[in-house]
Design a protein around this ligand. Structure first.
Ligand SMILES: Cc1ncc(COP(=O)(O)O)c(C=O)c1O
Length: 438
């Protein structure tokens, strides 16, 4: 059988949904980082130890023989701990029996929530750039996405922002939900109360849900405050909060997350979750109950340690010639690479400059990052942004600093020759001297 016959058969036999998205770029960059022995600043996982008490709680749970299926929608001690923590931090009391579903990571919670509410013809509003999972989530659940662009900061004192008219125009009679992610991956934006209230008004007007991914709720900088959409007047009954242990307790491999939703939505989410995965790992749910009772000092220390990494890496990147967009939350840094010349088009062949640049960085310089286009629907826009992850940074800081500086020395010389190649596809991007090319 020749290759084209095989391709034809595969086309007919495989899901048209799965055809619509590619494998995760972030995980691909991690693979390349391993291959090229590079510093991995691409995938969002910490490279430091998880807290000792939480690991001990997991060991204890296994010794205590909490080794069989937990209740499908989640072990009671963990659901109770979520209720206690959500009330303490956000002032919102939820019912552990009717409003919480524990899932295999917030990834499954998001998928289960979307499958629980989407019908054919439903639309979902998504801010761009977005965490890459939301694209496939929308496709797999059968929704139609309506993208709304966020614009990068124009100076040191501004933040990523959206145009209110564009957002309002994305809502309509078919809108089922908006996906919000605050603190935001990849931009580091933390939505303000005024912004949440504007979104609330649209959700109420069009009778839509807000699915809010709050997984970075404790990673905040410069006094930024996390406000859950569930706390905004009028939103309690139309908000689905997605959260999990991965980032807050530095245990991304445990796969424990949850959805907090009004009772009717919860009963649909629980059914989907049951048939998708049955349940999250029982002993790790038990340990999760201990983790969620951590004192406030634990969360303060976590935020402070990321703030220190952010300051150091921002400095390194700026010194290396990157234009950086300072994050206010989460642990990623978006940069504008338009000041750099195009990498060798033969050695680093790619459809867009950001992908070519990411290849160049990982192969030549030894630093893995994520091309900005993977956070956009239309990568053909030549997105000139890259995302750099702070999670896996500590133990590799020196090495990263060395290689990035090495790169700076190389590119400064090349830059002189390529001054005319500076280009800025996004209105509002920093504009440096040089001719624009689109
Ligand atoms: C915004 C966002 N949501 C969800 C996840 C995944 O979380 P989990 O490990 O709980 O599935 C990530 C991981 O990078 C993320 O950045």
């Amino acid at each position: 059988m020749n290759e084209s016959t095989m391709t034809q058969i595969a086309r007919r036999m495989l899901s048209a949904k799965a055809e619509q998205f590619t494998e995760s770029v972030i995980r691909e960059m991690t693979r390349l980082a391993l291959k090229h022995n590079a510093v991995n600043l691409s995938q969002g996982f910490p490279d430091f130890a998880a807290p000792a008490e939480i690991k001990e709680a997991a060991r204890q749970a296994i010794s205590d023989d909490i080794n069989q299926y937990a209740i499908t929608w989640g072990a009671k001690p963990l659901r109770d701990a979520i209720v206690e923590k959500f009330e303490r931090t956000q002032g919102v009391r939820v019912d552990p029996e009717r409003e919480i579903t524990i899932c295999c990571g917030s990834t499954e919670a998001m998928m289960a929530a979307m499958m629980a509410i989407i019908n054919p013809g439903d639309e979902i509003v998504v801010f761009e750039p977005f965490y890459e999972n939301y694209g496939p989530d929308v496709i797999l659940s059968g929704a139609t996405p309506r993208f709304v662009k966020m614009r990068p900061p124009t100076d040191e004192n501004s933040f990523w922002s959206y145009d209110e008219n564009e957002l309002a125009a994305a809502f309509g009679p078919h809108t089922k939900a908006i996906i919000l992610n605050t603190p935001n991956n990849p931009t580091g934006k933390v939505f303000t109360r005024a912004e949440l209230e504007f979104i609330r008004d649209l959700c109420v007007r069009w009778n839509a849900f807000c699915i809010t991914d709050e997984i970075y709720e404790h990673i905040l900088y410069d006094g930024a405050q996390h406000i859950s959409m569930a706390r905004i007047d009028g939103m309690r009954e139309r908000t689905i909060v997605i959260n999990g242990m991965s980032k807050t307790y530095s245990v991304t491999g445990w796969r424990v997350g949850w959805a907090i939703a009004p009772p009717e939505a919860t009963s649909a989410i629980r059914k989907v979750h049951d048939f998708l995965t049955v349940g999250a790992a029982a002993p790790l749910q038990q340990a999760g109950a201990i983790a969620l009772h951590s004192p406030q000092s634990y969360y303060d220390k976590l935020a402070a340690s990321y703030a220190e990494k952010r300051a150091r890496l921002l400095k390194i990147l700026e010194n290396a010639g990157f234009t950086v967009f300072k994050p206010r939350g989460a642990y990623y840094i978006m940069t504008d690479i338009s000041r750099f010349p195009d990498p060798d088009p033969v050695r680093f062949a790619a459809g867009t400059k950001d992908v070519a640049f990411a290849k160049y960085l990982v192969e030549e310089i030894g630093v893995a990052s994520v091309p900005g286009s993977s956070f956009y629907n239309e990568s053909a826009l030549h997105v000139l942004q890259k995302r750099i992850d702070l999670g896996g940074w500590r133990s590799t800081a020196r090495q990263a600093s060395r290689v990035i500086l090495r790169q700076r020395l190389r590119t400064v010389a090349e830059e002189r020759r390529h001054l005319q190649l500076h280009w800025h596809p996004h209105p509002g991007c920093f504009r440096k001297s040089g001719k624009q090319r689109t």
